[in-house]
Design a protein around this ligand. Structure first.
Ligand SMILES: [Mg+2]
Length: 340
């Protein structure tokens, strides 16, 4: 297998910010796995939150070339070798896991979701309103509703959050996800969460710093909304650890390393009766397609990374109002958009 990659920059339509960080543009890596006349694509979306950068990803890719072998169908042994070599670079594992699945699907002439025995991915996604000043926040909410999105996600744990939520509830009665991105201490969180009850949240993500996950159990007891771990839950072993402490987990491919690790997390979460959402970072639809492939297995999708962009360099995912779906194209189902 021949592995190549290139850096690409994607830009959100509006600056995208949370209570902890913000981006005006995001650098990702497009990987290409060429073998036997076919090419599989994947996208690496490094996150500094998890010790991943474009540079650390490229260093891992240099190592990966020699570990791929010459049979893309042997996904498990290949990915085990890669995990052994650079377990800390799960965004790279995700990009390579995607490219391998894409190649195998294309070779067999079937979409990856069919290859995995799943229903066609067709799922409501939330659309996230990043943190901004109150005026721009209103513009973003109005844009999202005009675009037909039927579930919204709001970043809380910032000074104007109640103003934003009150505005939303005058305009929108649908599912509302709240994400504090680790903003509160265990002492203040109960009071903060009780104050959010009036907005009828569908769920609340990561109210506490990620290492304080043991206190999440107390917040579940409040009964305001299901409490989900995001930053506290990266990989399959984290689902085991969080059993009994949270109501649900947010699985992101950049954190766990792609389709195969995500399937293990989903199996564990279901066995422990945890709710599941699929999340993402700002990225192109090449990085969304692998997660969307598994959408029929989860409760909620927050797969808006490419929908936030001014221009998505890939096409293949369809959106109808708040529903995103994949068709019958072989492989992951996305291809580079023709340059204008
Ligand atoms: Mg989150």
């Amino acid at each position: 297998m021949k592995l190549t990659w290139r850096r690409q920059i994607v830009r959100p339509r509006h600056r995208f910010a949370t209570s902890q960080w913000g981006v005006d543009e995001k650098e990702t890596l497009q990987v290409e796995l060429a073998h036997d006349g076919l090419v599989g694509w994947g996208e690496i979306v490094p996150s500094t939150l998890y010790g991943q950068t474009v540079e650390s990803s490229e260093a891992a890719l240099v190592q990966a070339g020699d570990l791929l072998g010459d049979d893309p169908f042997t996904l498990e042994p290949i990915l085990t070798r890669l995990r052994t070599a650079f377990d800390d670079q799960r965004a790279v594992l995700d990009g390579l896991d995607a490219a391998l699945h894409d190649w195998v699907g294309k070779r067999l002439g079937v979409p990856v979701w069919k290859l995995l025995g799943l229903a066609r991915p067709q799922k409501q996604t939330t659309f996230t309103i990043g943190v901004a000043d109150p005026e721009l926040t209103r513009v973003k909410i109005d844009e999202a509703l005009a675009a037909g999105f039927t579930a919204l996600k709001i970043k809380v744990g910032v000074p104007d959050d109640h103003q934003t939520l009150a505005y939303i509830r005058t305009r929108f009665d649908g599912p509302l996800f709240l994400d504090a991105n680790q903003a509160w201490s265990p002492d203040e969180a109960p009071q903060r969460i009780r104050a959010l009850a009036q907005y009828r949240p569908t769920l609340i993500e990561q109210p506490l710093p990620r290492e304080q996950w043991q206190h999440l159990a107390e917040l579940c007891q409040l009964g305001v909304a299901p409490i989900f771990a995001d930053e506290s839950c990266e990989r399959p072993a984290d689902v085991l650890r969080l059993r009994g402490y949270v109501d649900g987990v947010n699985i992101k491919f950049t954190k766990c390393g792609g389709i195969r690790e995500a399937l293990r997390m989903i199996t564990l979460a279901r066995a422990f009766d945890l709710q599941i959402m699929l999340g993402c970072f700002v990225c192109s639809s090449l990085a969304i397609a692998p997660a969307l492939t598994l959408a029929s297995l989860v409760d909620y999708a927050d797969l808006d990374g490419a929908l936030l962009l001014a221009e998505d360099p890939y096409e293949g995912i369809t959106r109808d109002g708040g529903i995103i779906s994949l068709g019958d194209q072989p492989g992951l189902g996305v291809t580079p958009r023709a340059p204008r």
